[in-house]
Design a protein around this ligand. Structure first.
Ligand SMILES: [Zn+2]
Ligand SMILES: [Zn+2]
Length: 422
């Protein structure tokens, strides 16, 4: 999966989250032009790439010049210049970024969206299929589905248009209309409250989860070792459980007793032994000593994953998009330990993390690993980060059965229980 789009363009490298917000703002502006019939987000943003180098919109119109003039009037746009093809204009943004505008008549909007969205390899693959059938991809009329259908393919979700082997698989009959969606997610798995470094109370988090149609909420405040993040000890954890017990009768959302336990440098987990039998979920995360050498980090994580109780490996490789590289570890060796487990891997939807990344999720999925999708919410509104986790999972082609928090609450709890009570 390549991350570079439209070679030669330059400008701001943005977090996906920023790109999505900015795209929404620009779409709202473009829509106001009377000459615009429809406007569709496209490019890397529509494919949910972690880093977006160029924003992209497909605009259905017959009056390009008027729309260009309208775009140029937005305060975030410095100027609009001709692009590298006749139907493209490039808007330079005041922050140094680029907005690519694709102009298309309605009858060819599907092909234009496909070309404007897919990775170069995906689009090249489609052009080759069209050519083999004696056709020109961009002359095929209709919406996206009609264009794919004309090439003997089902419509493909934007998240998987990355030029890996999606065209070959689709041509061989694999369908991708059953990838996980936000509607499949039954509960929020990794959430912080005022007990550690979260901004909201358990009750407020539960209300927010209920508003989002979630059936359960796992409270996973930091463990004691994470003193920099307000980590809590055994006594405080029990105080939290008492509050959960008090709140539960009045709340429809099932409240789950969990912890986000630090993976210590020696690979042990910072879970108080007496609490373990009563915990319903353990997330195990590296928060310190990210720079351990490869041998040390591999040993540390293999040891952690082999701890004899179920745990979810939280924000697995510790990367911060555009800010911190992933930890240095022999990933396959750790996967061996995850598979032996018992363990699952988190896909963290915090816009700065998006960790485990889709490429390695595919690698782990091929090994039979199961996943949880999380928001790592530190405030009620951040439960919406689940949407990012879903997108990363879709890019990795995960289906609901690959993901534990698509199960009903009782089955989820049985699957992740740290210690068997048998
Ligand atoms: Zn964490
Ligand atoms: Zn966390």
């Amino acid at each position: 999966m390549d991350e570079g789009e439209h070679e030669g363009s330059s400008g701001a490298r943005r977090l996906l989250d920023d790109a999505r917000r900015l795209t929404t703002t620009l779409v709202e502006h473009v829509r106001l032009a009377p000459e615009v019939r429809v406007v569709h987000p496209a490019g890397a943003t529509r494919r949910w790439l972690e880093i977006v180098e160029e924003l992209s919109l497909v605009i259905v119109t017959e009056q390009t010049a008027a729309v260009r003039a309208h775009v140029a009037r937005h305060p975030l746009v410095a100027e609009v210049a001709d692009g590298d093809r006749a139907d493209v204009a490039l808007a330079r943004l005041t922050d140094g970024g680029t907005l690519r505008l694709w102009f298309t008549p309605a009858k060819r909007s599907g092909a234009t969206q496909i070309v404007a969205t897919g990775s170069p390899a995906h689009v090249a693959g489609l052009r080759a299929r069209a050519a083999a059938a004696g056709r020109d991809l961009e002359a095929i009329e209709g919406l996206e589905g009609a264009v794919y259908a004309a090439l003997g393919l089902p419509w493909l979700p934007p998240e998987i248009r990355d030029g890996d082997d999606e065209l070959t698989r689709a041509a061989a009959g694999e369908r991708f209309d059953d990838l996980v969606t936000i509607a499949d997610i039954t509960g929020a798995v990794h959430c912080h409250t005022v007990y550690s470094d979260g901004k909201n109370t358990i009750r407020q988090m539960a209300e927010a989860a209920g508003e989002r149609g979630l059936a359960f909420l796992t409270i996973t405040d930091h463990s004691k070792a994470a003193h920099y993040a307000g980590g809590i000890d055994d006594a405080k954890l029990r105080e939290q459980w008492r509050e959960i017990e008090r709140l539960q009768p009045g709340t429809e959302v099932r409240l789950v007793r969990g912890t986000e336990a630090d993976i210590l440098a020696d690979g042990s987990l910072d879970v108080p032994a007496p609490a373990l039998p009563e915990l319903e979920l353990v997330i195990a995360s590296v928060h310190t000593r990210h720079k351990l050498d490869q041998d040390g980090m591999t040993r540390r994580l293999v040891t952690a994953m082999r701890q004899p109780f179920f745990k979810v490996w939280g924000h697995a490789l510790g990367r911060m998009v555009l800010r911190r590289d992933p930890i240095d570890v022999r990933f396959e060796e750790v996967l061996d330990a995850v598979v032996e487990g018992p363990a699952a891997i988190e896909i963290n939807g915090d816009p700065n993390r998006l960790d485990l990344d889709p490429v390695r999720v595919r690698q782990a999925h091929a090994r039979g690993v199961r996943f949880v999708l999380s928001s790592d919410a530190h405030a009620a509104g951040e439960l919406d980060y689940l949407e990012n986790a879903v997108a990363m999972a879709r890019r990795a082609r995960l289906r609901p059965a690959d993901i534990l928090n698509t199960l009903p609450p009782d089955e989820f709890l049985a699957a992740v229980r740290p210690v068997s009570h048998r």
